[in-house]
Design a protein around this ligand. Sequence first.
Ligand code: APR
Length: 231
Amino acid sequence: MKYKKVVILTGAGISAESGLSTFRDSNGLWENHRVEEVATPEAFARDPDLVYRFYNLRRQQLAKVLPNAAHHALARLEREFPGNFLLVSQNVDDLHQRAGSRKLIAMHGELSKARCIQTEEVFDFQGDFSQRAGCQCCRPASKIRPHVVWFGEMPLQMEHIGRALRDADLFVAIGTSGQVYPAAGFVAEANRAGAHSIEINLQSGSGTFAQKRCGLASHLVPRLVDELLKT
Ligand code: APR
């Protein structure tokens, strides 16, 4: 096995072929609101129902889509790769989980979960946010919020991700424009650790990758996984 410690980062582009629009391709608008205006603590404080409506719609979209060949290939790599493996996703959809990925950090949170605003407790939530559902941990129940990292908030499990990047000998970024930090800085950390770095994207991005593979994730990711499991 050529590589022993693999870190993979995915972005919205890996879910594009499942039918979920990416951030930069959908000009970032929703109901004429910029996503950056809705997905923020300030928007939630100002107009929780608007934010609830935004996330309800995204959850309804989620119910209609399926993981694609790229998601399934990464779940296979996790199962069959004998070395250290970590998948870090910026996506809040549950397509990696539904494809079977378990060694996964959803660094921007998960649409399928909610969080108590008092205790920060996280729980699976299938309901309708706008029904003013309450948390399951307080008496009386407190307000809940989507378990999604908003603009201006700290991504999740950054310590764990940093340790994995410093230890990696292979870093692969799939379907991310590399415009939002800290994820956009992961390739530089991996390069500093001496890892080989590969980018899979429709077009060449801005990051300094040792190797860039241009094309559809659903074609290129299964091919990369076959290569990694053969070496
Ligand atoms: N195959 C491979 N790459 C693709 C595909 C595809 N089928 N379709 C789109 N892409 C690429 C685009 O070329 C683009 O570089 O996926 C990338 C998507 O970029 P963004 O829309 O910027 O999404 P992402 O990089 O995940 O955004 C990061 O920004 O808005 C915040 O928190 C949000 O997690 C998000 C973060």
